[in-house]
Design a protein around this ligand. Structure first.
Ligand code: UDP
Ligand code: MN
Length: 225
């Protein structure tokens, strides 16, 4: 099924960290679909090299902005204007089917189904057993911070596969992680539940085991140039 793809978006090197963890999590589940990432001109050349080692296709697109500063201010998320850039997904016409996933998601086979919508911290979606009819198509959901659609294209991963979505202003890469103890360090204000912490630990496991070595390798290559 090389004419189908998982697609994500990263408009800067920070969101690229999320895209890389998502891409790696899909690789870990040995997907037969292609992995594509949309980037904007801001993404550094070093980061592009790292992206190319995880994704099949890295496509530069222009940033689209909703310029809806009033509503985004209400959400206290001014950066979300650029999420309209994901509309470029429709230009990947060489695929018959694309599944768009936010860069702050990952796929996991472990854990129980839990939802943290309203606090907007972690959204854990059970795509394989969920009633798809209850979800909105993602196109209707661009500015929403609640439910995203993951269509049955995912079913080949098996029934127990889950999507973890780290909704909200604080993303996994905003936390500190102790590489020795393999623990996510909490600041005093975070009131993380056990599940939230285990998802964060999952993200950081993939990041430290698979992504950090890639970033370090390409950094060394750039330094020696
Ligand atoms: N995004 C991006 N750069 C930004 C903000 C968002 O590339 O500055 C992309 C990224 O793929 C991200 C998606 O747009 O996952 C949606 O934004 P975000 O996940 O931050 O929104 P939330 O899920 O918290 O509503
Ligand atoms: Mn998101």
């Amino acid at each position: 099924v090389t004419d189908q793809a998982f697609v994500t978006l990263a408009t800067d090197d920070v969101y690229c960290q999320g895209a890389l963890v998502l891409g790696q999590s899909l690789r870990n589940h040995t997907t037969s679909r292609k992995l594509a990432v949309l980037i904007t001109p801001e993404v550094s050349s070093g980061m592009r090299s790292v992206l190319r080692s995880v994704f099949d296709e890295v496509t530069e697109v222009d940033a689209l902005d909703s310029a809806d500063s009033v509503h985004l201010a209400l959400l206290q998320r001014p950066e979300l204007g650029v999420t309209f850039t994901k509309l470029h997904c429709w230009t990947l016409t060489h695929y018959s089917k694309c599944v768009f996933m936010d860069a702050d998601t990952l796929v996991s086979r472990a854990g129980a189904v839990v939802m943290f919508v309203s606090v907007l911290d972690v959204f854990f979606s059970n795509w394989a057993t969920a009633d798809i009819g209850k979800h909105l198509p993602f196109i209707y959901n661009l500015s929403s911070s609640a439910v995203y659609t993951y269509v049955p294209a995912f079913n080949h991963f098996g029934r127990d596969t889950k999507v973890v979505h780290f909704l909200g202003a604080t993303k996994p890469w905003n936390y500190k992680y102790n590489l020795q103890t393999k623990r996510v360090m909490q600041d005093g204000t975070a009131s993380g539940s056990f599940h939230q912490l285990s998802f964060l630990a999952l993200w950081w496991n993939i990041y430290s085991a698979s992504i950090l070595p890639l970033l370090e390798k390409f950094q060394k290559m750039e330094e020696s140039e």
